[in-house]
Design a protein around this ligand. Structure first.
Ligand code: GAF
Length: 404
């Protein structure tokens, strides 16, 4: 079994996962799959709650992956099995598009609906899911499932979407089938977060030829959809799970989105030409200071966009002390998410504090939507595993999820 910390060789992990999903498909459906694809989970280094404000995000793929195997069902029904679920779920031919029914198959059914809407003829399939991306930890298990499903469908049908179109299709699946009004960061990270996107989908061939490994980070401009690859050594990154699950379909995420929209409307009412908080400046925000809540929400987004752009430039630079400044940016990001955007929790705050107190850690912050999930720390190469162990030893329920 792969370990939680992602410390086995990425190649071996990729092969193990392909063999595992293939065997699981066979066990459930008594025939080999026709296509298999996988997608990584992601950790967001910086740029939180900025994606739905037309802003900037800097996520990277991690070595935990979700793998999907598919083959025609031949009985006119859709069959879904997951190694993390007790039972196979079956849908009649047309019921697959039922958006009102919400369960773990929603992410895959939403993707199938996207292929059908794009004019592809998708006959009922059997789907098997295996993988290591923990659910509810803020490492994008949903987007990894959507993207792996889309890639498996592409491979099965012999079609190829433009990668950004694929990410958008997956985001739509999440909006319409899972009811989560997410931004685009996670789906883009899961599509572009592989260092070699050609491995995203394939018909079963020698699995050894298809290793899995985390890719570099990507700077996404959520307005123009421009993606820039940013060189980041995975050995700098430590991800610790608080063990407190999060759920975005709960109202807080949608409430934050709404507050950001209200801040934009307030700025517009004051005559500022802003389409989204991406266009706001610190000076403009003074105009809405009277509404403390909207002011703080907007201040988080405006300052977080600036931090994200500075962080991307630092990662690209060769400045000798850049990790120190990057660490400060991560700490500032956490403080802003905690105090202005109010999406952190006492457990996440404590993990961040503990991480920052460790030698070799430059900075740390909560990562993902918040209200639980993980923290990400920027660490001296070679120190991640020992540091991670030291933190989880004294943090009940916490787990190292990624460290090189
Ligand atoms: C979740 C959402 F899915 C993303 O789109 C993003 O908004 C993130 O929370 C917060 O940065 O992961």
């Amino acid at each position: 079994m792969p370990d939680d910390a992602g410390s086995t060789s990425h190649d071996r992990k990729g092969v193990v996962l392909v063999v595992r999903v293939s065997g699981f498909f066979g066990q459930n459906f008594h025939t080999p799959p026709v296509s298999i694809a996988s997608a990584p989970g992601r950790v967001n280094l910086i740029g939180e709650h900025t994606d739905y404000n037309d802003g900037f995000v800097l996520p990277m793929g991690i070595g935990l992956r979700t793998c999907v195997a598919m083959g025609p069902s031949g009985d006119g029904r859709w069959h879904f099995a997951s190694e993390h679920q007790p039972e196979t779920i079956v849908f009649e031919r047309t019921a697959v598009g039922d958006t009102a029914r919400r369960d773990w198959t929603s992410y895959i059914r939403g993707v199938i609906a996207g292929f059908l809407a794009a004019g592809h003829e998708v006959e009922p399939v059997c789907v098997a899911v295996a993988g290591d991306v923990p659910v509810g930890s803020g490492l994008s298990s949903s987007a990894a499932l959507e993207v792996a499903s889309a890639s498996a469908l592409e491979a099965m049908l012999g079609v190829a979407f433009d990668p950004m179109e694929k990410a958008l299709l997956c985001q739509k699946a999440e909006h319409e089938f899972a009811g989560v009004p997410c931004g685009l960061m996670d789906q883009v990270a899961c599509v572009f977060g592989d260092s070699d996107s050609s491995r995203a989908g394939w018909k079963p061939a020698p699995p050894a030829a298809r290793p899995a490994e985390p890719g570099g980070a990507i700077l996404l401009d959520c307005r123009t959809l421009e993606v820039r690859r940013i060189p980041i050594d995975p050995a700098w990154v430590l991800v610790i799970d608080s063990g407190i699950g999060h759920a975005h379909s709960g109202g807080e995420y949608a409430a934050r989105r709404l507050e950001c929209e209200q801040a934009v409307e307030s700025l517009q009412a004051d005559g500022f030409p802003v389409k989204a908080l991406r266009d706001a400046t610190p000076v403009m925000l003074e105009a809405i200071r009277g509404d403390d809540l909207l002011y703080r929400r907007a201040r988080h987004v405006v300052t977080e966009n600036a931090r994200t752009l500075e962080a991307a430039a630092l990662f690209e630079s060769t400045a000798p002390d850049r990790l120190t400044r990057l660490g400060q940016l991560m700490n500032e990001s956490h403080a802003s998410l905690r105090d202005d955007f109010e999406v952190s929790t006492p457990e996440l705050d404590r993990l961040v504090e503990m991480a920052c107190a460790q030698p070799g850690i430059h900075g740390a912050r909560m990562t993902g939507g918040g209200f639980g999930g993980c923290v990400v720390a920027l660490v001296e190469p070679g120190k991640a595993q020992a540091t991670g162990r030291a933190i989880v030893e004294v943090s009940p329920g916490a787990k190292v999820r990624f460290s090189c």
